[in-house]
Design a protein around this ligand. Structure first.
Ligand SMILES: [Fe+2]
Ligand SMILES: [Fe+2]
Length: 274
């Protein structure tokens, strides 16, 4: 049996240690699971988009786990397309790669091709078109392996044809192109982070997993109502021959921090510039 873990949204920083107490229990749980691979689906950091120290600190924490680990970037790690203060750009992407490795990757594991996507460049960021070509080639070349995608931002919140959800999911234009690829190559699993919610749904042969955060929860002051539950945790993927068992699980010892209570300290609003 091969065991892959998905962890997400740890939001760690040497300067802003609000969620730091959740790291030790998460690290302990990961060690107990004896994983063959750990996938971090982004927002590793509080603010590596602007703070080199956050990236360096978090990369050290991930390395200290002593297990194979791959990471896809979150908006707080590299910025995002169209953001007024933190647009994703080459400098931010270079910082991510320096500390965490490639922002897109594939791993062939027990009959599966696991593909990590940089969802923060989707919709016109640097390297967006190249990533699309790379993705299609990676799937065309899968040689019968089953396919799973791992990304920070989910493709959609409720339905594939919904309108623009703004901050919360991929924009409708690029979403359509990705869903077309997903259908053509029979992608069986799409796992994401970003929403800090515990949720899964099955649609047209694809299992969508919202990997819960391990750092904090987002309350109704800051997020619209959406599926699933505000609950911390992680995801276990057990692959045994033809079967895969996917389960979202609690992680013992995590504390339910709510970002709503501390957002003014962790992510203070920027003063509008004239
Ligand atoms: Fe997050
Ligand atoms: Fe995020």
């Amino acid at each position: 049996m091969v065991r892959v873990l998905q962890i997400s949204d740890t939001h760690l920083s040497p300067d802003k240690s609000h969620f730091e107490p959740n790291w030790a229990p998460l690290a302990r749980w990961i060690a107990d699971q004896k994983p063959d691979l750990v996938i971090h689906t982004g927002d590793v950091t509080v603010d590596a988009a602007d703070q080199e120290a956050d990236a360096a600190y978090c990369a050290r924490q991930l390395a200290s786990l002593g297990v194979p680990i791959v990471t896809v970037p979150g908006n707080h790690d590299v910025g995002e397309v169209g953001h007024p203060h933190q647009p994703v750009n080459e400098e931010r992407l270079a910082r991510f790669r320096r500390h965490f490795g490639d922002d897109r990757w594939l791993r062939d594991v027990a009959g599966w091709r696991l593909i990590g996507l940089n969802s923060m460049i989707i919709g016109g960021g640097p390297g967006d078109a190249e990533q699309s070509e790379w993705l299609e080639a990676a799937m065309a070349d899968a040689a019968g392996r089953r396919i799973a995608w791992f990304m920070h931002r989910p493709l959609f919140i409720e339905t594939p044809d919904e309108a623009d959800t703004g901050y919360w999911s991929v924009k409708p234009g690029p979403r359509r192109a990705l869903l077309d690829l997903l259908q053509r190559y029979r992608v069986e699993i799409v796992a994401s982070g970003h929403l800090h919610r515990w949720h899964e749904m099955r649609l047209n042969g694809t299992h969508y997993i919202w990997g819960p955060a391990a750092g904090f929860l987002v309350g109704e002051k800051l997020a619209p109502p959406m599926g699933g539950a505000a609950r911390l945790g992680a995801v276990v993927y057990d692959i045994d021959g033809e079967t895969i068992d996917v389960s979202i699980r609690p992680v013992p010892g995590l504390t339910d921090y709510w970002i709503d209570d501390v957002v003014h300290e962790v992510y203070p609003p920027r003063e509008a510039k004239a």
